[in-house]
Write a protein that binds this ligand. Structure first.
Ligand SMILES: NC(=O)c1ccc[n+]([C@@H]2O[C@H](COP(=O)([O-])OP(=O)(O)OC[C@H]3O[C@@H](n4cnc5c(N)ncnc54)[C@H](O)[C@@H]3O)[C@@H](O)[C@H]2O)c1
Length: 274
């Protein structure tokens, strides 16, 4: 699609690691909708991932920043304003990582150093990103900030582990900072609660394939892809959603309001006939 929805807008996109990343797809959509932006990721991800390819494709600069480090974030916002020639209209926070999940620790046997690290990366970094923008007054009036969440913030998904708590805080930060940023600069802050999506972060969750299939069977529209998530994100960056703020917006094919579906039920019917 190319409707010039973001023509003349400047942005910062966090979290494009490889071409499966949701942030990667957002960058491609934002580029085709006429935006200029800076791509950013943690220094180690820049070394491991393929972000340079995306930068070339979208004619954008890459600036390294660990999203847990205020110095990096302050530098990122200052450099981005210079690079793009003005204040920022949109920010995507597409960052998540749990050390407990990576190490295979269950929810009831957490290593709290790992828990704190995962909390800092996955939740507090959303606050830090906005704090950096706030301190430099780097956001334009009617700007838009989006973070990515998952329904485990509201309901239990047994292997989602401490990421569930991180997502609950992420959504709370969107509300609290959304209030302050709204009052100060008419900036809106929202989270998108996305379907299970096959990416590096997504596939790291134990039993991801089953999660994915279950959600796909239950949702009347099926799971939303990374590309569809990107298209929805663009709408939140555009001027068509200026009064949407402090919301957690489900982008999951209807999964969040389902109880049981014919398709899911039929799996059990087949089982009971065996
Ligand atoms: N994949 C899913 O099933 C799914 C579902 C709902 C929500 N989400 C959320 O979407 C977001 C993007 O994840 P994804 O699925 O595209 O996976 P991904 O692995 O491609 O992206 C995660 C990104 O976080 C970055 N990151 C980690 N630590 C960082 C740090 N200290 N500083 C800066 N960046 C850091 C990684 O380098 C990576 O680019 C995450 O918030 C994730 O929780 C994913």
């Amino acid at each position: 699609m190319n409707n010039n929805l973001l023509k003349g807008k400047r942005g910062i996109i966090f979290g494009a690691l490889d071409n499966k990343s949701i942030a990667w797809k957002v960058a491609l959509h934002a580029h085709s909708e006429g935006a200029k932006f800076v791509l950013t990721n943690a220094p180690i991800a820049l070394r491991m991932g393929s972000i340079d390819q995306l930068a070339e494709e979208t004619n954008s600069r890459v600036i390294a920043a660990d999203a847990t480090n205020m110095e990096d974030l302050n530098n990122l916002f200052a450099e981005s304003v210079k690079e793009l020639g003005g204040k920022i209209d949109f920010v995507l926070h597409s960052i998540g990582m749990s050390v407990n999940v990576r190490k295979g620790n269950q929810y009831y046997e957490q290593n709290y150093d790992y828990t704190m690290k995962g909390f800092d990366v996955s939740a507090l970094s959303f606050h830090k990103v906005m704090q950096a923008a706030w301190d430099l007054d780097a956001m334009n009036e009617w700007g838009s900030i989006v973070g990515l969440s998952y329904i485990a913030a509201q309901r239990v998904f047994h292997t989602y582990n401490d990421m569930a708590d991180n997502k609950a805080v992420l959504e709370s930060i969107a509300r609290s900072f959304g209030y302050h940023y709204g009052v100060r600069r008419n900036v809106r802050v929202n989270t998108i609660s996305q379907s299970p999506t096959e990416t590096t972060a997504g596939s790291g969750v134990k039993g991801f394939d089953i999660f994915y299939r279950f959600a796909d069977d239950l949702a009347p529209l099926g799971n939303a892809s990374a590309d569809e998530c990107a298209a929805y994100t663009i709408s939140l960056f555009s001027d068509y959603t200026k009064k949407v703020t402090m919301q957690n917006l489900f982008h999951d094919g209807g999964f969040s309001y389902m109880g049981m579906s014919e398709e899911t039920m039929s799996n059990y019917l087949n089982d009971s006939k065996k």
